[in-house]
Design a protein around this ligand. Sequence first.
Ligand SMILES: CC(C)(COP(=O)(O)OP(=O)(O)OC[C@H]1O[C@@H](n2cnc3c(N)ncnc32)[C@H](O)[C@@H]1OP(=O)(O)O)[C@@H](O)C(=O)NCCC(=O)NCCS
Length: 231
Amino acid sequence: MNYCKTIEPEAKPPVIPTQRVRPMGVEDIPEILELENVCWLPEIRANEATLRARFEMGHISMGMLVNEKLVGMTSFSYTHFSPDDPDGLPGTFREFSSRPLHDDYNTAFVYTLNIHPDYRGDTLTRELIWTGIDRLREDNCVYMLGAGRCPSYNGNQGAGIETIQPSPEFRKTIDNSMRTGKLPATRDLIIDPVLRFYRRTLGCKFLRVVPEFLPGDTPSGNFGVIFYKTL
Ligand SMILES: CC(C)(COP(=O)(O)OP(=O)(O)OC[C@H]1O[C@@H](n2cnc3c(N)ncnc32)[C@H](O)[C@@H]1OP(=O)(O)O)[C@@H](O)C(=O)NCCC(=O)NCCS
C-alpha cells in the first residue's frame, strides 16, 4: 500500500499477523540502544541511564519486532491535559519525557516514535502506531499528545539516519510564527515530511510551535511542534 501519496488522515489499516508488537522492559535496553544508534543523531539519542529512568518511572515502551529483531519503538507516559487549557504543557522534550505518571491521567504523552531506516515507508509503522493507540484506549486515555520534529527547517543529509531536503518555505512559516506568536495553518506545517506524516497517520491537531524544544536536533532548528489527537 502506498501511504506516501495522501495528505488526508488515513483509516486504521488491517493488522498484519507476521509482525509483532510487544511491551519492552529494562531487559530490552541493549536492543533499544542499538535502535537509537541507527535512528537518531548522536546529540539526541537516549542513553542507558535515561532509558532505565524512564522504565523506573513507569513509562511504557512498545517495540515492533520482525524475526525477533527490534525495528521500531514508541514510548509514552500518562498525564492530565485539556485542549481548552494547554498552558501546562511541557516546554522541552526533556520535560515531556521525564514526567512521572499522573495519578489522575486522561492523556498519553507520546515522546518517542522511531523506525529503523530499513523498515520505513512500510505498513510496519502503521501497525506499531495503531497497536500503541489500542493500548492507550485500553488504559482509558482520552487524548494523545505528541511533539513532532520538523527536520525540513534545516534539512538533513545525515548518514543513513534520514535524508530530508531543507524547505525555505517551511522555515519561513516557522520564523513567522516565532515573530507573530501565531500558530501556522496546518497546510503550511505539513510542508514538513515528519509533520505531514503525523497529520496523515493520526489526523492530529497542531497546538503550538516550541523553540529550543530539543537542543541538538539541528535539522529541526531545535523546534518541536506539539499536537494532539482525541482517541
Ligand atoms: C518519522 C518516522 C517514524 C515515519 O515512519 P515512516 O515509515 O518513514 O513513514 P512514511 O513512510 O509515511 O514516511 C513519512 C515521510 O518521511 C519520508 N521518509 C520515509 N523514509 C524516510 C527515510 N529513510 N529518510 C527520510 N525520509 C523518509 C517519506 O518520504 C514521507 O514523506 P512524504 O510525505 O513526502 O512521502 C520514521 O521516518 C522515523 O523513524 N524517523 C526517524 C525518527 C524520527 O524523526 N521520529 C519522529 C520523531 S517526532
